[in-house]
Each structure stands twice: as structure tokens, then as C-alpha cells.
Design a protein around this ligand. Structure first.
Ligand code: UD1
Ligand code: CA
Length: 458
């Protein structure tokens, strides 16, 4: 019998509860680098361009498919967790007759495409390949039992193993590739007469050997690659490892990371030349940093484009914004969604911008809120200026023309316009158009009372 490779069907087992996570959230939905564990596995599997990806889910019910509804895959419900063999059986019911099945685990997030490609290549000869790993401490895993000639004979689970079998260090990762036809026959024949009363997928190894099918093994490149997540400690370990790998890759691409162990990327980061990132910066979603961009310590940057030679100073939060070249933002600035800084802008401490479009060279240096605003070029917004954009029901826009100067502690009650070249006196409340090139101010005149005496204590 010549095993057929294509079409490839991937089955991802994800029905387990993950008791040791001590969480109401199903284990496979816990995030690694901001993305659910299961999604990492799905994305890796997709690289193999399979015909279908089936995820066997159960614990947590519809929560799992609902949260990952954007992904292109089929969901197979396993109502009772009767074992890995039973789980694969559920998926087989909805699978093509021909081809190869690759079994993956939803809680083993760092498995590499390259390893899976090797596993699939190896399955071509006999129709059955198994990913194993050798561990110093194999406790808990199924052991690979080999015959006198070193060929795989069977897998014995920890709970069913003899003292001698427990000495074996080569263990089953659970990941395997097998021809669909054979898998179907073997899974149908599985029984649950073992220590756990479960249908063990691992029992198909012995069935294969009995039928003269050689079970080829492939070794995982690292232990971490096949490390499952069972508790939050293991999750944290894999998170650090994954972050380290991303940091290494960025440094290879020419990014300076002041400390790669204090760097977090939860999404994707595109970088130009000579980007420098200080410690404790979190990047989320899709972020692009142009040539020469510098990011100060403790910044949180999410879904943003920051163009060349712009500097983001410490403790600044940027969310869903575009920051043009040669800007200086922060320290302690908050740039909220919809904001666009065109070029050479200075945004200082305790300034909040929201849905504000700011043209070249304009500055908002201290303690201001600028929301729903269009700001021209070379505008100077003084300290403590507030756009009153919300009337309790609706949001309104503030428009400020080129070269305007807004004195400190001014409130701009939107909708309102300050025309080009206008100057607003400090402390004004502006409720109607401030004409171009004039000084507009609204404040009580200052007066001093001659002969006034401070009251004295009696
Ligand atoms: C399994 C293997 C063991 C291997 C180990 C690697 C079997 C019988 N044993 O053991 O040889 O060393 O993985 O981690 O296969 N799952 C379901 N439905 C079920 C049961 C499990 O979807 O009915 C899923 C779980 O969510 C999990 C995976 O299958 O992602 C493995 O199940 P688990 O119970 O952790 O198997 P182990 O006992 O660890
Ligand atoms: Ca496990």
C-alpha cells in the first residue's frame, strides 16, 4: 500500500478543560503574546496550506468558536472528553476519505512549521510518523517503547506504565501524521480498557506495528517547541521564550533593544533602519516604526504608524494613531484613536489628543485636551487648553487655522473656529469664531482696590 500525502487535513485537539489553569476561561483561549494559544496553532497549521483544519472543542462550549470566529476552520464538538482517540474520531467523521491527517494540540503553541513539514515528509514512506522528544524528567508523558532493533513498538501512558517503562526518557509529544484511511480503521478499533478508562489515540501505534506499518519518529528541535501549557507558570515561561525569540529577530533586523528581556510585542512590528527601543515598551496590534525612530521607556503603542526620526518619550500611550516624521511626543502624553500628527509636531507632558488632525510644526506642550479638532500649521496651543468637544449628547469639532496662538487655560467650546493668525488671550472661554489676525479674549477686566485691608483676627 502506498500512502497518499494529499489532501492534508489538520486536527487540533482543544476540548480539554485545563483544570490546572484554575480559570473560567477555556485553556486554549488564554493569550500568548496577546493571541489565544489555539490561534497560534491554527496560524502555524495554515502555513502548511491544508485542505481543512478541524478544531475539536468541548470545555467552555461555544465560547471557543465564538472568540475565534474570524479564523477559517471547522469546529467539531466533543461533548464528553473521552480521550484523545475519541476526540480524533469525532473529527474523522467529517473528513475526506483520502489523504493524510496531522494531529496537533491546541495547548502546544510554539510548534514550528518546519518541524511539521519534516514530520509530514517522514510520514510519506510508511504512512505514519510521530513527533517525539527526549526529556530529563519525562513524568506525566506517554513513553515511546522500542523493540530490540530500535523500532517503535508502542506508547505506554504514565499511568499504565511499569517501573521499567517509566525509566524511558523518549516521550510522545502527541503530534503525529498518519494516512486518513489507516487512522480511520485504527480509531474505530480503539478500546478504553486502561488505567484512565479513556480512548487513547496512542494505542494506534501498537495497531500499526501489528499490521507491519513502520512508525517513523521525528525529534522536536527543542523541548519548548513541544511544551504544552498546563498551568499559568508554563504559560509565563512560554511567553518569555516567545518574546525572546521576537526580540532576537528584531535585533537581527537592526533594531536596538536596550534590554531584550524587557520588551513585549503582542502583534506585529515593522521597523526601518536604526530604530531604538528603550526598556518596558509594549507594542500591540500592527505597529510600524520608520527610520531612526526612538521609543522611550514604559511606552504602550498600539496599532500605530510612527514615521522617521520621530521620538516618543517615556511613559507615552499611543493608540490607533499616525505620527508623522520629526515629531517629539511625550513624556507622559496620551495619543488616542484617530489622531494624525503631520510633521515636526511637539506634544508634551499630560497632553491628551483624540481624533485630532494636526498640521506641520504645531505644538501642544503642556496639560491640554485636544479632541475632535483640526489644527493648522505652526499653531501654538498654550498650557491647560481644553477643547470642550462634548455637550453631554453630541461631539463637536474645533477648527484652528494656521499660525494661531491659543493662550494658556483657554476653553474652546465646540463647535467653534479660531481663524488663521488669531491670538486668544489666556484664560478665555471661546464660544464663537475668533477672527483672523485679531486678539480675542473673554475674561473679566482686572481691577485693584486702593485702600483695601485684609481682615484681621479678632
Ligand atoms: C497525551 C498523550 C501522551 C502525551 C501527551 C503530551 C494520549 C492518550 N496521551 O497525554 O502520550 O505524552 O499527551 O502532552 O493521547 N483532548 C481532547 N479531548 C479529549 C482528551 C484530550 O480534546 O477527550 C485534548 C486536550 O485538550 C489536550 C490534548 O488533547 O489539548 C491532550 O490531552 P491530555 O489530556 O492533556 O493528554 P495527556 O494525558 O497529557
Ligand atoms: Ca497534557
Amino acid at each position: 500500500m502506498t500512502p497518499v500525502q494529499a489532501p492534508l487535513s489538520v486536527v487540533i485537539l482543544a476540548a480539554g478543560k485545563g483544570t490546572r489553569m484554575r480559570s473560567v476561561l477555556p485553556k486554549v483561549l488564554h493569550p500568548l503574546a496577546g493571541i489565544p494559544l489555539l490561534q497560534h496553532v491554527v496560524e502555524t497549521a495554515s502555513q502548511l496550506q491544508p485542505n481543512a483544519i478541524q478544531v475539536v472543542y468541548g470545555y467552555g462550549g461555544e465560547q471557543v468558536p465564538r472568540q475565534l470566529s474570524e479564523l477559517e476552520l471547522s469546529w467539531v464538538l466533543q461533548t464528553e472528553q473521552l480521550g484523545t482517540g475519541h476526540a480524533v474520531g469525532q473529527a474523522l467523521a467529517e473528513m475526506e476519505m483520502e489523504g493524510t491527517v496531522l494531529v496537533l494540540y491546541g495547548d502546544v503553541p510554539l510548534i514550528k512549521t518546519k518541524t511539521l513539514t519534516t514530520l509530514l515528509e517522514q510520514s510519506r514512506t510508511s504512512g505514519f510518523s510521530l513527533l517525539t522528544v527526549t526529556l530529563q524528567n519525562p513524568a506525566g508523558y506517554g513513553r515511546i517503547i522500542r523493540d530490540g532493533k530500535g523500532r517503535v513498538a508502542r506508547i505506554v501512558e504514565q499511568k499504565d506504565a511499569t517501573a521499567e517503562e517509566l525509566e524511558v526518557n523518549e516521550v510522545n509529544t502527541g503530534i503525529l501524521a498518519v494516512t486518513t484511511q489507516q487512522l480511520r480503521a485504527w480509531v474505530d478499533a480503539l478500546e478504553s480498557d486502561n488505567a484512565q478508562g479513556e480512548f487513547y489515540l496512542t494505542d494506534i501505534v501498537e495497531m500499526a506495528v501489528r499490521e507491519g506499518v513502520e512508525v517513523v519518529t521525528v525529534s522536536a528541535s527543542t523541548r519548548e517547541e513541544v511544551q504544552g501549557v498546563n498551568d499559568r507558570l508554563q504559560l509565563a515561561q512560554l511567553e518569555r521564550l516567545y518574546q525572546q525569540q521576537q526580540a532576537d529577530e528584531l535585533m537581527r533586523r537592526g533594531v536596538t533593544l536596550m534590554d531584550p528581556s524587557r520588551f513585549d510585542l503582542r502583534g506585529s512590528l515593522v521597523t526601518g533602519e536604526d530604530v531604538t527601543i528603550d526598556i518596558n515598551v509594549i507594542f500591540e496590534g500592527e505597529v510600524t516604526l520608520g527610520d531612526g525612530v526612538k521609543i522611550g521607556s514604559n511606552c504602550h503603542i498600539r496599532n500605530a504608524v510612527i514615521e522617521s526620526n520621530t521620538e516618543i518619550l517615556s511613559n507615552t500611550v499611543v493608540d490607533s494613531a499616525e505620527i508623522g516624521p520629526d515629531c517629539r511626543v511625550g513624556p507622559f502624553a496620551r495619543i488616542r484613536p484617530g489622531t494624525q500628527l503631520l510633521r515636526s509636531n511637539h506634544i508634551g507632558n499630560f497632553v491628551e489628543l483624540k481624533n485630532a488632525q494636526v498640521a506641520t510644526g504645531s505644538k501642544v506642550n503642556h496639560l491640554s485636551y485636544v479632541g475632535d479638532s483640526t489644527i493648522g500649521a505652526r499653531v501654538n496651543i498654550g498650557a491647560g487648553v481644553i477643547t470642550c468637544n462634548y455637550d453631554g449628547a453630541n461631539k463637536h469639532r474645533t477648527t484652528i487655522g494656521d499660525d494661531a496662538f491659543i493662550g494658556s487655560d483657554t476653553q474652546l467650546v465646540a463647535p467653534v473656529e479660531v481663524e488663521a493668525g488669531a491670538t486668544i488671550g489666556a484664560g478665555s472661554t471661546i464660544v464663537k469664531t475668533a477672527p483672523a489676525d485679531q486678539l480675542t479674549l473673554s475674561r473679566a477686566r482686572q481691577l485693584s482696590l486702593k485702600g483695601w485691608k485684609r481682615p484681621k483676627k479678632i
